[in-house]
Write a protein that binds this ligand. Structure first.
Ligand SMILES: [Zn+2]
Ligand SMILES: [Zn+2]
Length: 301
């Protein structure tokens, strides 16, 4: 599970920071959260490309979070994409995207599958679930969470060999938590298999003022990528625009007990002095980074 910070700016880009987008490479798919202008170029620069299984999750319909969809689709079309592109977002995403494409004469030869979603499960696969909650912003806005399903524990090979149970389907049964009987002997899964491995999870806030629901949503996450538009001296502005300060993001990370906080959606006003935001967050919660665009991290088990 690899996270790439495709665009870390918010509102307005700077030469160093593109508009918001977070890419997660996981299990052969590319999950892209938000799609600010120029996201397709950032994905190329990050050498992520456009895998056939690409899913874009838009948090809300503010320009900085979704205008890049038109360019992304136009570029995919010029690259002769054939696989469908999946786009998820709050109510209104279908009409907004249709207008963008119509007005720009973009008529892709591949299918763009748009799904309007809300709180709850958004999509899932064999190994993961992506779900969402509504955040506290000036327009309907979603936060997304990618959760890997827990994996079965490791088989205790030494134990099973010692009792003479040959490798085969019965091992799988034990791993799936079922008791098996072999040559009259009952073998319980807890004596033959280690504890299940907890799945990794990553939360992406999109735009939001702090609220209790985010703490619950991010509880125990491996990584919380949280907007941090302002510093605390602009708290009243943050309250007005329903954004968060770096201290707000750090307080949520600490209360939720996440392992790592990533500061995101950084206002261009901090250009050349980003450390204001990093230092503010660090004074509340130590395990925090303020990434450069295109920086990647691996989320290990
Ligand atoms: Zn924004
Ligand atoms: Zn917004």
């Amino acid at each position: 599970m690899r996270l790439t910070f495709v665009g870390t700016g918010g509102g307005m880009p700077t030469p160093e920071r593109a508009l918001p987008s977070l890419a997660i490479r996981f299990g052969g798919s590319l999950f892209v959260f938000d799609c600010g202008e120029g996201t397709q170029r950032q994905l190329m620069a990050a050498k992520l490309g456009f895998p056939s299984s690409t899913h874009v999750f838009v948090t809300h319909l503010h320009a900085d979070h979704y205008l890049g969809l038109a360019g992304l689709i136009a570029t995919m079309d010029l690259s002769r994409r054939e696989a469908p592109l999946h786009v998820y977002g709050p109510s209104g995403i279908r009409d907004s995207l249709e207008l963008l494409l119509l007005g720009s004469r973009i008529n892709p030869s591949f299918e763009v599958v748009v799904k309007e979603v809300g709180a709850g499960e958004v999509m899932s696969g064999r190994d993961f679930v992506i779900d969402a909650i509504w955040t506290n912003h000036t327009v309907p806005s979603l936060a997304y969470r990618l959760r890997e399903r827990d994996r079965p524990g490791k088989v205790d090979v030494g134990f099973l060999e010692s009792i003479g149970l040959p490798k085969g389907p019965l091992w799988g049964e034990l791993q799936r938590g079922r008791t098996v009987v072999y040559r009259g002997r009952t073998i319980r899964p807890d004596e033959a298999v280690g504890p299940p491995k907890r799945g990794r999870s990553v939360v992406y806030s999109g735009d939001s003022a702090p609220f209790a629901g985010m703490v619950e949503f991010a509880r125990g996450a491996d990584v919380l990528v949280h907007e941090s538009t302002y510093d605390r001296s602009l708290k009243s502005k943050a309250e007005e625009d329903l954004h968060s300060t770096a201290a707000d993001a750090a307080t949520i990370a600490m209360t939720a007990g996440v392992k790592l906080l990533v500061l995101y959606h950084l206002s261009s006003r901090y250009r050349g002095r980003w450390e204001i935001l990093l230092n503010e967050a660090r004074s509340v919660f130590p395990n925090v980074i303020l990434p450069e665009d295109l920086q990647s991290i691996d989320v290990t088990c």
